[in-house]
Design a protein around this ligand. Sequence first.
Ligand SMILES: Nc1ncnc2c1ncn2[C@@H]1O[C@H](COP(=O)(O)OP(=O)(O)OP(=O)(O)O)[C@@H](O)[C@H]1O
Ligand SMILES: [Mg+2]
Length: 228
Amino acid sequence: MNYISLHNISKRFNDGAGGQRIVLDGLCLDVEKGDHIAITGVSGTGKTTLLRILGTLTAPDEGTYLLDGVSVDYADEPQLRRLRNGCIGFVFQDCPLLPWQTAWQNILLPTGAAGGHPSSEVVQWAEELVRMMDIGHVKGQMPQSLSGGERCRVGLCRALVMRPSLLLADEPTGQLDAAHAHEVAELLTMVNKRLGMTIVTVTHSDRLAQTAGRVYKLDHGKLIMDLS
Ligand SMILES: Nc1ncnc2c1ncn2[C@@H]1O[C@H](COP(=O)(O)OP(=O)(O)OP(=O)(O)O)[C@@H](O)[C@H]1O
Ligand SMILES: [Mg+2]
């Protein structure tokens, strides 16, 4: 059974000039548990929109989304909260962090959302993520004092801290130099192989795309398998 099954997904937005822009147009996607797929495509084609639909943050206008056999109902807030807190980790393209919390507190935020204090096992895992992402020296800093790349690496640790079964990452290496981009690619490979995490990465980086098992290009509202 597919872990993710998108069928005939369509999404339109008002274009600000009285018309509508069709961003996703009858898009279909099947992903098995433990797959790592990458999505590429030129700016404005709808990659973030697609990832937000997968993350239950944006509702499509048409189509169905089955996640682990459960039909996602975008009007059912309790169900959406359960999915977001229970099995989805999301790395946002612009790396937003809570400005009044330190980098370390930001990383541990999802553990609070799940209720109670983090267990020593969770803290240990968070420490491992911080080490792998090379941000140990900025743990105590506030987000506004972090570099763009550091903010993104904090965002990636936060998305992974609860070991989600599905990681959705929107250009996780967009603001990173080659060495740190390589570390992110290694981390994604590690959680994919070691934890069996299913990963959907949006990326402009050929190198990151190469670490994925399959690469798709989003073009004219549909996904095309990239065989190059
Ligand atoms: N909330 C919204 N309201 C109106 N238009 C939107 C909204 N969100 C996205 N769009 C439009 O939908 C299109 C796709 O946007 P999206 O952010 O998904 O593209 P993208 O492929 O992620 O681009 P990039 O590579 O630049 O991040 C764009 O034309 C954008 O202007
Ligand atoms: Mg985007």
